[in-house]
Design a protein around this ligand. Structure first.
Ligand code: UD1
Length: 285
């Protein structure tokens, strides 16, 4: 049986739906969550009826903004929660541990596209907590012979990200505001870029890593960058409303440019199918 954590979240929900013989664990109830519980709690008790061969750890505090506001909560969930699961994995001889990391571990790029060898110097508590969780995971791999892989997704989008959550990603916020005819707020001048990757491509890479029992670190993106201004204009057009764009001061901890070198993932057979314009249209309009 494969344990997937974070199944009330966007990635976890798609993973449990697309990976056979898997079971979802989350602190919040959702149609994709079978086991309700906190990753910081008593995992032994939560999993007493299960024989777990692999863990895909996607549960996390995912917002850069929230991590700046509540760094202790962010560290508790992303670091202590991960360590708690790793302890379970060690004690129960779990064979494969797949950690869902983040492109935020790189910080401000020294060169682009970002490959896995790029130095890690996070700019936010979130980036640091995700990197620490990743390091613990890789260390447990070395110390206890667990096969550990870490996937670093760039900016995931899907219809399942909650637009009503103020800490949601830019695409769900822009889409929900555009549909209501509200102005789109850009933090900074809008020249910052991101590599927007459809959740289906992230599922594709997680499945490849799982099937091949792969280890090590893998970027997951498309290799293309889109500026936030371009994104706002595109969503404005798709909504066919006359959407205004307004500019406010940049966010703390925000990275300027980001897009992935996906050569390592390609070696596993990964081929991204994301087409931002087409997928935005299909997902939201
Ligand atoms: C996102 C993810 C994070 C992931 C990381 C990987 C979310 C909430 N965060 O962080 O989990 O690990 O990608 O790269 O999904 N922006 C606006 N206006 C808005 C909202 C955002 O201009 O209304 C800008 C932000 O300032 C930022 C960019 O859009 O420059 C992207 O922001 P956001 O979607 O929050 O994602 P990241 O911070 O990149």
């Amino acid at each position: 049986m494969i344990l997937i954590t974070g199944t009330s979240g966007q990635l976890g929900s798609y993973l449990v739906e697309n990976i056979p013989n898997s079971v979802g664990l989350d602190i919040r109830s959702s149609p994709y969550t079978k086991i309700r519980g906190d990753i910081r709690g008593d995992i032994e008790e939560l999993l007493e009826n299960y024989e777990i061969d692999a863990i895909i750890h996607a549960a996390a505090q995912v917002s850069v903004v929230k991590s700046v506001e509540e760094p202790k909560l962010d560290a508790d969930v992303n670091i202590m929660g991960t360590l708690n699961l790793l302890e379970y994995a060690r004690k129960h001889d779990v064979e494969h541990f797949i950690y869902i990391s983040s492109a935020a571990v790189y910080g401000e790029p020294k060169y682009l596209p970002l490959d896995e060898k790029h130095p890690t110097k996070p700019k936010s508590p979130y980036g640091l907590s995700k990197l620490t969780g990743e390091r613990y995971s890789l260390l447990y791999g070395e110390l206890y012979g667990i096969k550990v892989a870490s996937i670093r997704p760039f900016n995931i989008f899907s219809p399942r990200q909650d637009p009503n959550n103020p800490y949601s990603g830019v695409i769900s916020i822009f889409v929900s505001r555009a549909k209501r005819g509200l102005p789109l707020i850009i933090y900074g001048d809008g020249t910052q870029t991101r590599d927007f990757v459809s959740v289906y491509d992230v599922v594709q890479l997680v499945k490849l890593v799982l099937e091949k029992k792969a280890t090590g670190v893998y970027n997951c993106g498309t290799g293309k960058e889109t500026s936030i201004r371009e994104l706002a204009e595109l969503i404005g057009k798709l909504s066919s409303k006359n959407v205004e764009i307004i500019y406010q001061k940049p966010r703390e901890g925000d990275i300027k440019r980001s897009y992935a070198d996906i050569s390592r993932a390609k070696v596993l057979g990964f081929t991204p199918h994301t087409d931002l314009k087409r997928d935005l249209k299909n997902f939201f309009f």
